[in-house]
Ligand binder design. Structure first.
Ligand SMILES: CC(C)(COP(=O)(O)OP(=O)(O)OC[C@H]1O[C@@H](n2cnc3c(N)ncnc32)[C@H](O)[C@@H]1OP(=O)(O)O)[C@@H](O)C(=O)NCCC(=O)NCCS
Length: 157
């Protein structure tokens, strides 16, 4: 098995692209990635989603967002909206450290299909800080097949 199977990176992304993708009222560093977004952002979503798939053994809905070539929504699912968490590195490009994907299962009925944080960035409040913004944007969304960690998170909401 390839050693890279066990490597977990935090992909570097262009600061300008991150800035442009961060909605004005979202928490700093929380960027919206769409089929039309710059390829660097879409690649970062794919990389983190691959890690999520490896760890969780499935990411529900993932096949509806990717075409197998490594890019978010090359075969676009117009109802998929991916979010990237990024942190500013001290002297280099920002690093993508988390991802979640929202899917519109029915008109105006959204679900968080999966979320994943880099292990070094877990339980540092990233999802907590984003939660009110996601609720304001997507309304009373559900969470598809929550993992044990996600269930623990939800229990505290
Ligand atoms: C679940 C996950 C997305 C939460 O994101 P996060 O940014 O780490 O969450 P937060 O730091 O905002 O957590 C807030 C609270 O949720 C609860 N919580 C989160 N993860 C938990 C865990 N693994 N075990 C128990 N409680 C947990 C805690 O109460 C936590 O507060 P505390 O750290 O002060 O005790 C992230 O931990 C993760 O990627 N986990 C592994 C992959 C996974 O299970 N993804 C979800 C798939 S549906």
């Amino acid at each position: 098995m390839a050693a890279s199977r066990y490597r977990i990176d935090a992909p570097a992304i262009a600061a300008a692209a991150l800035r442009r993708a961060t909605p004005p009222n979202s928490p700093p560093g929380l960027a919206l990635v769409l089929p039309t977004s710059p390829v660097g952002l879409r690649r970062a979503v794919q990389t983190l989603t691959d890690y999520a798939s490896s760890e969780l053994h499935s990411t529900p809905g993932v096949e509806r967002c990717y075409d197998g070539n490594g890019y978010h929504a090359q075969a676009p699912n117009p109802s998929a909206e991916a979010w990237l968490w990024a942190i500013e590195a001290w002297d280099e490009k920002p690093r993508a450290i988390g991802v979640c994907v929202m899917l519109e299962h029915a008109p105006s009925t959204w679900a968080l299909t999966w979320a994943w944080m880099h292990p070094f960035e877990r339980r540092r409040g990233h999802l907590t800080k984003a939660w009110p913004y996601l609720q304001s944007r997507y309304g009373a969304f559900t969470v598809d097949q929550p993992s044990a960690a996600m269930q623990a998170f939800l229990a505290g909401r």
